[in-house]
Design a protein around this ligand. Sequence first.
Ligand SMILES: Cc1cc2nc3c(=O)[nH]c(=O)nc-3n(C[C@H](O)[C@H](O)[C@H](O)COP(=O)(O)O)c2cc1C
Length: 370
Amino acid sequence: MASVLFSPITMRGLTLPNRVVVSPMCQYNSNNGSANDWHLMHLGNMSLGCAGLVMAEMTNVNPQGRISPKCAGMYSDENEAALKRVYDFCRQYGVAKLGVQLAHAGRKGPQMPPGAGGKPILEGPDAWTPEAPSAIAYDAGWPVPHAMTKDDIKRCIGEFAEAAKRVDRIGYDVIELHGAHGYLAHQFLSPLSNKRTDEYGGSSENRMRFAIEMYEAVRAVWPEQKPLGMRVSATDWVEGGWTPEETVQLAKELKKRGMDYMDVTSGGLHPQQKIPLAPGYQVPFAEKVKKESGITTMTVGLIAGYQQAEDIVASGKADMIVLARGALWDPRWAWHAAEELGAETPYAPKMMACHPKLRPQLFPKRAQAT
Ligand SMILES: Cc1cc2nc3c(=O)[nH]c(=O)nc-3n(C[C@H](O)[C@H](O)[C@H](O)COP(=O)(O)O)c2cc1C
């Protein structure tokens, strides 16, 4: 039977050759938010054929929206020019379609990069006062954020739109808005971090307002033919937090407004979360969102097996699978999966020399067929 994982999928004017996506992955290696040679290597490498779509890391819409001083940004001409250099390489040599995840970390910044300990930065030249829906710190010992005024919210939503214009000017195919993992939009969604009493807090409908306005502002400036999605945590894994049912409701609201996909993940909002990690543990959330809202979904988290990925999309539990650590482990994952599943997938022209069809003797299934 033909592989579903390696069948194309179309969203607006974009057709991906397969259902494999490289997840956005923070590199904690930017200079004042700007990409450099590391990103050229990392994203350039992924663009050669790991997946149909390669997402660039969480890229923040203002300097105080970064997780760490080394995180990526899209708030200056320098940021735009630096990412354009990376993009140009990926377009010239790679075959993957290219996306950027736009974000704001809210109360989860500023912190040291994980490799430097991940501790909150409370003072010194790298410290800043983060902004969030309410003045509630992520955890004891973390900075207490400034509770955003309505003017702050308006400004921040405008920054998402300005960053989206820059991403479009560079040439990217897809924007994913980060509404997950405890960052700003998720902080608005969850009643654990949002204690506002105005129209941005309280009821489920009010808590969704920021995410919806962020989506609408970006959709208004992002070209009609280009897909726009959002990554959302389906649960906080903490009693009294954001729920899968609310996630479905948000998906319905965003679908009504033309959103192209929801990338369904979980957690990240609260230090007391208890996550039952297991292969594909977040797939049931994507399945629920897809079945109950009808929106196109991506699923992510502990997916790395070829047949595991095929089964998820073939059984209709999700439309696309997203790999983070699996893609770091094997940047040629899609080539290897396609070979195992008897499917074809694009190779970068400069890598064609290694294509199994040029040396079938080494590949049992091809050897039998010849
Ligand atoms: C190095 C690294 C950086 C990450 N950075 C981001 C990010 O920028 N945005 C995001 O939504 N998730 C980020 N994540 C989470 C992953 O995208 C993914 O959701 C998670 O690792 C689970 O998938 P996996 O089991 O395939 O690694 C990161 C994960 C890793 C390992």
